[in-house]
Design a protein around this ligand. Sequence first.
Ligand SMILES: [Zn+2]
Length: 186
Amino acid sequence: MRVGIGYDIHPLTDGRPLVLGGVVVPYPRGLRGHSDADVLTHALIDAMLGAAALGTIGGHFPDGDPRFAGVSSLVLLDETRRLVEDAGYRVVNVDTVIIAQEPRLQAHLGPMARTLAGRLGLDAGCVGVKATSPEGLGALGRVEGIAAQAVVLLEDRPGGISRRPAAVRGARATPGTRAHRPGPPR
Ligand SMILES: [Zn+2]
């Protein structure tokens, strides 16, 4: 068994859809970033990669790569699942929390959990998605952005490491351009 943690934060900006856990949440503003800036899915990806010691989201999906411009983070999650499984693990369960002053997310948490569970091949009961308010404190409290945290438990996959593709062997875990970093100000 292996455990991993992930954290991410993106600024809110006008003129973007708000995507959280693969679900478009009705709100006048969205998160800024190179991909769809889905902060919840990014935190989950980093937790999965961390649990498997496979580096970071920025190493696998650099924001300088045009393939990831505007891409759905669910596609990155699919690829992350493949990396983790190729390394000989499978996800047991996931727990997450979104830290957002606005909007109210309660009605969307179930759809987010089901969306993420579906992409990971898990029962919805194995994916927790919660939301909490920063109570007006700090940048998040001033509605300047939204953050998310995730924790993931992995177990050995039956058969263990069956193959280790070049994508794993050559994965760059170096800091630098990161797909989930905010883009330049607009
Ligand atoms: Zn991100």
